[in-house]
Design a protein around this ligand. Structure first.
Ligand code: NDP
Length: 332
């Protein structure tokens, strides 16, 4: 089976605990290069994953990856506000790009990323792992097939107690925002792929219990979205309480839900008729394999840059609504 080579950019928690170990569970992918600002990690990871020295890069030498035939795809796992720069540099180096969520911290940056990949004739995918995950695919199927009638109302929320106060997630210039950008995006995604529609109006409200720790970013937000069909979604996110992790869809003739909904494993599905048994998969292996297969077969990804841009557009509208204290129209 043909395997495409991946370069991992940013060797932090997600790369170390989820992505790198997932390669052994893929059919079409192999880890062939490392990019890091920390020389010690390059050495240790290089030895652990058998990556030759010439395929280990710093952020400064990254552009030399253009000359590396073992790299087909660059997987960007950096703080949010660095996604744009490295996507554009990867495309210029002639590589396809898989970029972590949120795509970037402004719609302008997202548009530049899309343009750069188009110009280089390379695919850009946003790493929305749940769009390949069987529980979420079943929720989408139930909605599309109207198994419980038309979707009327959605409740979606994700949050956790964030730890260490010095981390980049709390710094606006690196994160672009707080809980909304980091985990609220999962609730937004779910509302968009369950309805299959773009919201036309959003209205948000925020609260902060720790104005020092969360001086630069949002801590807890609830927001409502109205969709063209008349369906509404009530979404939430936070950085101060654990176990907020739910998707429930109310339809004309019943409901279906996931709880937990957005974890890496152990998702549970129920409907108004009873529990569903759905297999768990490795989210990252599945997502990487899907992208590699798209490239091998010359098919477009189902999570292109435009999908990331659509989310960032709505996230920015939620912030605008909070700032202005009124609903904001989007996608007009
Ligand atoms: P970490 O802080 O654990 O890792 C980020 C890595 O980026 C660092 O270890 C460092 O790696 C590198 N880096 C480069 N410049 C900086 C800088 N100025 N400050 C901090 N780190 C820097 O973050 P995560 O791994 O949790 O998140 C990375 C990305 O992945 C984010 O965009 C996040 O939203 C996304 N994510 C997605 C998830 C999903 O389920 N799809 C889950 C978790 C995160 P090095 O030392 O190698 O240079």
């Amino acid at each position: 089976m043909e395997r495409l080579g991946f370069a991992l950019v940013g060797l932090g928690k997600l790369s170390g605990e989820q992505i790198a170990p997932a390669f052994k569970r893929t059919s079409h992918c192999r880890l062939t290069a490392l990019v890091s600002g920390t020389p010690k990690k390059l050495k240790e990871w290089g030895a652990k994953y058998k990556i030759p020295e010439e395929s280990r890069y710093s952020y400064e030498t990254f552009d030399e990856i253009a000359e590396n035939p073992d790299v087909d795809i660059v997987y960007i796992v950096l703080p949010n506000a660095m996604h744009g720069e490295f996507t554009i540099r990867a495309a210029a180096a002639g590589k396809h790009v898989l970029c972590e969520k949120p795509m970037e911290v402004s719609t302008k940056k997202c548009e530049q990323m899309i343009a750069a990949c188009k110009k280089a004739k390379r695919q850009l995918a946003i790493a929305y792992r749940l769009q390949f995950e069987p529980h979420h695919l079943e929720m989408i199927r139930l909605a599309r097939k109207k198994e419980f009638g038309k979707v009327k109302l959605i409740e979606a929320s994700f949050g956790f107690k964030i730890g260490e106060p010095g981390q980049w997630r709390l710094k606006h210039d690196l994160s672009g925002g707080g809980a909304l950008m980091d985990v609220g995006i999962y609730a937004l995604q779910a509302a968009r792929y369950i309805t299959g529609e773009e919201p036309i109006e959003v209205s948000g409200m925020e609260t902060k219990s720790d104005s020092r720790k969360f001086a630069e970013i949002d801590e807890s937000i609830f927001w409502t979205m109205r969709f063209p069909s008349g369906a509404m979604a009530n979404c939430g996110c936070n950085y101060v309480a654990d176990d907020m992790d739910r998707l429930r869809v109310y339809c004309e003739e019943g409901w279906f839900e996931l709880q937990p909904a957005y974890e890496y494993s152990g998702l549970k599905a129920r409907t108004s008729k009873g529990p569903l048994t759905i297999k768990n998969v490795d989210h990252f292996a599945t997502e990487m394999d899907a992208f590699a297969k798209n490239i091998l077969e010359g098919e477009p990804t189902k999570v292109p840059g435009e999908e990331g841009l659509a989310d960032v557009r709505v996230l920015m509208a939620v912030y605008e609504s909070i700032r202005k204290g009124r609903p904001i129209r989007v996608n007009d």
